[in-house]
Design a protein around this ligand. Structure first.
Ligand code: MG
Length: 269
């Protein structure tokens, strides 16, 4: 499969003395599906991620909107960084978990929010409520009727007034209820670099994402002269340096990087 990056960029990744690989989950490692619970991580992808995490001088971080518990089930590996809820809760290779304090304070409100969302959609709308632990998502992908969608939006906005501790991020077919704090995937990346004392003015960092939420991560990685990739489901303007046509090309690229780096640097014993 032809990779969309130059031979020199590819070899720079393979040969970097220290490599950080940040990866988004949904729409990046895992194709989107009709409902979120159908989007599981394929065995091939798991094997590649595991090989990368077991390779010396290589740090892998999954930075996803999914909750930490879900990521732990998906990627049950040592030597991996799992940044759930976009990094509000980060699990490190030393097994330490650091949770954002404001998000923790707001967490007890979430059952009340979920109850309000349940009564909002009742059983008549095919909306899906997902509790990610520190955030809550309302998915409307299964609903096509515009008047129902407008009605839900009106009610979601009203709910936002009842829960000022939460901000509502409107994504394509999802409303994400997120603690009302200044936080982004880019800040999660900076936090991980700091915790692991990674100096990416020296090594090389890359990040792969697909949506608006990943733009802040591209910005941070680009500022360290890293290489950023976007799986381009849409034509939106992006700060990512390289566009990938599909998840398949990303998987093929990661597979080659994992094998070549493992040959070059060896496995962690
Ligand atoms: Mg994504």
């Amino acid at each position: 499969m032809q990779l969309p990056l130059s031979e020199s960029d590819f070899m720079q990744i393979v040969q970097a003395n220290e490599l950080f690989i940040g990866l988004d989950r949904d729409g990046t490692l895992v194709p989107y599906t009709l409902t979120p619970d159908m989007a599981y991580v394929d065995k091939t992808v798991l094997d590649i991620v595991q090989l990368l995490t077991n390779t010396k001088n290589t740090t892998v971080a999954i930075v996803s909107a999914r909750g930490l518990n879900q990521l732990k089930k998906d990627f049950p590996f040592n030597n991996i960084v799992l940044a759930g809820s976009c990094g509000l809760e980060i699990s490190y290779p030393d097994h330490k978990i650091i949770t954002n304090e404001t998000a923790l304070r707001i967490k007890p409100l979430l059952p009340e929010l979920i109850e309000a969302l349940q009564s909002l959609i009742k059983s008549k709308y095919q909306a899906i409520i997902e509790n990610h632990g520190l955030t809550v998502c309302l998915h409307t992908k299964l609903i096509s009727d515009r008047s129902i969608l407008q009605n839900i939006e009106k009610k979601v906005i009203a709910l936002g007034k009842i829960f000022p501790q939460l901000q509502i991020n409107k994504l394509e077919t999802t409303y994400e209820f997120y603690p009302n704090i200044n936080w982004s995937k880019g800040m999660a990346i900076e936090t991980i670099f700091k915790y692991l004392a990674l100096d990416f003015n020296q090594g090389l960092s890359i990040f792969v994402g697909d949506s608006q939420a990943d733009e802040s991560a591209y910005e941070v990685i680009n500022s360290y002269n890293g290489i950023t990739f976007k799986v381009a489901h849409n034509q939106n303007v992006s700060k990512a340096k390289i566009l990938l046509n599909s998840e398949k090309i990303l998987i093929a690229m990661l597979d080659q990087i994992a094998r070549m780096r493992c040959n070059l640097f060896g496995k962690i014993s």
